[in-house]
Design a protein around this ligand. Structure first.
Ligand code: AMP
Ligand code: MG
Length: 399
């Protein structure tokens, strides 16, 4: 049986980045840039006041208090008309262009209005450059401001607006089809009768994929027969990624693996040394990557996070494809039952400036409710025999 680390390497090694497409920048949130973006302007575009106050010559404020003559009132968006000379000041607002001659701005709070309208008393000295944002200090014309493979977050949207980039090239996100298998499954609207359960995996898996900006279609529920499984898989082969849940264990009705093989799927692995989620199949049929995940809801959740998450990220052009892992101190001892990699739903929190993690109460791979009390997965490594309280452990952050 292969290890989790080997399985993750196999899935990512067999994933290719998708073609790019052009989108309006307002629609680009959550996508990944397919080219560098250059600035067409300096930012700030002119020497800009960072305060409401007076534009002055710093040397004039060497000895305070001092009175200066106010020659102009400059609002943001208006072009200064007068050069500031020795003994003079211009009233200036935040965001306005600093007039020629002035080399500092003193804020209102450090001045005093005099009775005479065009005089101001400066109460504090300022040094050259104070409260002035220099032209081009944030970005220069022609500079690469965003680079290829960067994820587009709200702050990148703001930069696209700043540099006037209305249309951008992004990598496409994958199309994902989801199939749930099981004679016992009924849909959400039905009340399960004896021996039935509601299909939850289709919806949790769809939500996991949509969270990553994938285009998801829930194909439906199929019975545990080769015919039904086979025709559902064939429908799903137009997708970039096809996810099945259930029907991959050793039971008499676990037929998904056989059907995948009958259809000519190339199988990369069928089992991973992992808990929960040992029976997990990864294959490729034509361009479609097929993941057959175990039916138990926590196993399907965890195996998506481990194997499908990095594949979606790689397809959409990201270079950092995995979830963030941190090290946190265990609150309580944990007992390792079998030397196989385990992922346990856990809760991480900050206490006295350090990260503390504790497992949530959990009854095993069917207990999805436990994951609603968790914000991370604790990684119980296969090469460690026991974990004592206070020991540092790897934690995969989910939120
Ligand atoms: P299987 O992997 O098909 O052996 O299923 C393992 C367990 O997961 C069984 O108890 C199933 O009833 C349950 N299960 C399978 N598919 C789903 C699903 N789509 N939603 C919720 N539970 C499921
Ligand atoms: Mg089943």
């Amino acid at each position: 049986m292969i290890t989790v680390d080997t399985a993750i390497k196999i899935v990512t090694d067999n994933t290719e980045i998708l073609p790019s497409k052009t989108v309006h920048f307002e629609e680009s949130l959550g996508f990944c840039l397919a080219h560098d973006v250059h600035s067409d302007i300096d930012m700030p575009p002119f020497n800009r006041s960072a305060m409401d106050g007076y534009a002055v010559i710093a040397e004039d404020t060497a000895k305070v208090p001092v009175e200066l003559t106010v020659i102009e009132n400059i609002a943001a968006g208006s072009v200064p008309k007068k050069k500031v000379l020795r003994g003079q000041a211009s009233k200036i607002m935040t965001g306005a262009a600093v007039p020629d001659g002035a080399d500092a701005v003193i804020k209102f709070e450090e001045t005093e209005d005099l009775q005479s309208a065009n005089r101001v008393k400066i109460l504090k000295s300022v040094s050259r450059g104070s409260n002035i944002s220099k032209q081009g200090e944030d970005m220069r014309v022609g500079q690469v401001v965003l680079s290829k493979n960067m994820p587009i977050r709200p702050q990148e949207i703001g930069i696209l607006a700043t540099v006037g980039k209305s249309f951008v090239e992004v990598f496409s996100t994958p199309t994902v089809g989801i199939i749930s298998t099981g004679n016992e499954l009924v849909d959400v609207a039905s009340k399960p009768s004896l021996a039935q359960i509601r299909n939850s995996n289709s919806y949790s898996l769809a939500a996991q994929a949509r969270n990553l900006n994938a285009e998801v279609e829930i194909i439906g529920i199929v019975k545990d027969t080769k015919d039904e499984i086979s025709s559902a898989i064939r429908m799903g082969l137009q997708k970039d990624i096809l996810i099945l849940s259930g029907g991959v264990s050793m039971g008499e009705y676990d037929l998904v693996g056989d059907v995948m093989k009958d259809l000519g799927t190339h199988i990369y692995f069928e089992k991973v040394a992992l808990r929960p989620g040992k029976p997990v199949i990864f294959g490729r049929k034509d361009k479609t990557l097929i993941f057959a995940l175990p039916g138990n809801p926590v196993a399907s959740f965890v195996t998506f996070e481990l194997f499908v998450y990095p594949v979606i990220h790689k397809m959409m052009g990201l270079t950092d494809v995995h979830r963030t892992t941190v090290r946190a101190a265990l609150e309580t001892e944990i007992i390792v039952k079998r030397r196989r990699r385990e992922y346990r739903p856990a809760f991480i929190r900050l206490q006295n400036n350090s990260w503390i993690v504790s497992p949530v109460e959990w009854h095993g791979s069917a207990d999805l409710l436990a994951t609603t009390r968790a914000n991370c997965l604790m990684v119980v490594r296969e090469d460690v025999e026991r974990f004592i309280a206070g020991q540092l452990i790897d934690v995969i952050l989910l939120d």
